[in-house]
Design a protein around this ligand. Structure first.
Ligand SMILES: *Cc1c(COP(=O)(O)O)cnc(C)c1O
Length: 398
């Protein structure tokens, strides 16, 4: 009998979305005449832009003749795409090297797989509430995580404790689920802390494209010193609607080097190159052709149009909460609106209340951690008409 990876026994049952589906299903069966509106989704809904679609078609056509056929691609991704990522950073005032960019099939796999580069004996810091991937991948690996509280007192933007030493720090800004985004000064404190502690920041910037405030950094590498202490994960999922198409990119700076117990120097860029070339054979040429189109001027304009649509939805939700005097976070610089459940309700109680009385579905904060138990997440990813209708019902309810 094989001895199995019993770390899997330590995973908490992930019942959040199954439980939501179950409760919504029961409600619709009992109330077939009620129109249920779903504002809990963390997935985009608008179709890909025309430029991307054309590029994807051209990618397919390349595969149809021996002159243009593509087999295995370059290990870190096609140069054309990596250069486009470099130029994208440049437009945001950040300079990186194409050799530091790794094209991936999305940020979830990379944020999950990166744990392989770190030993069990690290102090690994994750915020609570959190995107569950960071926690579960460490548990699968037999690693323990330490939580840092994100709450209303710190505006869901926890800051490091100078008296606590940690080795690996997970950050996500703008944040899923809270919508909170760090400013330059706050990120500088984190970078300085990481440098002082010889720690690594694993920075998830999957929602950078939602930042509208020009003073907010869109990359951790906008902060001085970050190249010596941070890896950044990004994705075309939310930027370009690629959740079903699959493409992302991870930036691992050359300056990210540490000394091994043997005294040898270890480069995280070299380690990640070795890891990816051993276990990953790249993103399909067709998808990379589509990804390259995202970064063109016209492609980016199409993406921005969709992002503006989601941002406007988020604003409609946020405006309604503001009008009701309900305390919320996010809603700007993020598709997520994270708010205190009215009347101090528990998040699952509020879920049922909202479903039964307004026929609106959201996500209970308890699903993201203990600090979410009195909070609720709505998103701007729905359609306009439904978002307006849902908030009209919400308005009438409270
Ligand atoms: C949506 C999301 C991503 C993107 O994941 P992909 O695998 O690229 O689709 C990454 N991080 C967070 C926190 C997300 O919510």
């Amino acid at each position: 009998m094989p001895k199995l990876n019993e770390n899997y026994l330590n995973l908490k049952e992930s019942y959040l979305f199954a439980e939501i589906a179950h409760r919504v299903d029961a409600f619709t069966k009992a109330n077939p005449d009620k129109k249920v509106i779903r504002l809990g989704i963390g997935d985009v809904t608008l179709p890909l832009g025309e430029k991307v679609i054309t590029a994807l078609h051209e990618g397919v056509d390349c595969m149809a003749s021996s002159e243009t056929f593509k087999g295995y691609g370059p290990e870190k991704g096609y140069e054309m795409v990596r250069n486009s990522v470099v130029e994208y950073y440049e437009r945001n005032g950040v300079s990186i090297d194409a050799d530091e960019v790794f094209i991936s099939d999305g940020a979830k796999s990379d944020t999950g797989n990166i744990t392989e580069l770190f030993d069990k004996d690290n102090v690994i810091l994750v915020p609570d509430p959190v995107y569950p991937v960071y926690v579960d991948t460490n548990i699968m690996d037999g690693k323990n995580v330490t939580y840092i509280n994100a709450n209303a007192e710190n505006n869901f933007l926890p800051m490091p404790d100078p008296n606590q030493h940690v080795d690996v720090i997970y950050m996500c800004s703008p944040n899923n689920p809270t919508g909170a985004a760090y400013n330059h000064e706050q990120l500088k404190v984190w970078v300085d802390y990481a440098l002082a502690n010889d720690a690594v920041i694993l920075y998830d910037s999957a929602y950078e494209c939602f930042i509208t405030d020009p003073t907010l950094p869109r990359s951790i590498f906008a902060i001085e010193g970050a190249k010596e202490c941070a890896i950044e994960f990004c994705s075309l999922s939310k930027t370009a609607g690629f959740t079903g198409t699959r493409c992302g990119y991870t930036v691992v700076p050359h300056d990210l080097k540490f000394t091994a117990s043997t005294g040898a120097e270890m480069s995280l860029n070299a380690m990640w190159t070795r890891r990816q070339t051993t276990k990953f054979n790249g993103v399909s040429y067709i998808v990379q052709a589509g990804a390259a189109a995202v970064f063109t001027e016209e492609g980016m304009e199409e993406c921005k149009e969709n992002i503006r649509y989601y941002q406007e939805n988020a604003k409609i939700i946020a405006d309604c909460l503001a009008k009701k005097g309900i305390r919320y976070f996010g809603g700007v610089n993020s598709p997520y609106i994270w708010f205190e459940c009215p009347n101090n309700m528990e998040s699952w109680t509020f879920f049922d209340y909202l479903l039964n009385n307004a026929y609106v579905v959201g996500t209970p904060g308890a699903g993201f951690g203990n600090n979410g138990k009195n909070y609720f997440r709505l998103t701007g990813f729905g359609n306009r008409e439904n978002t307006i209708e849902a908030m009209k019902r919400f308005d009438e309810l409270f």
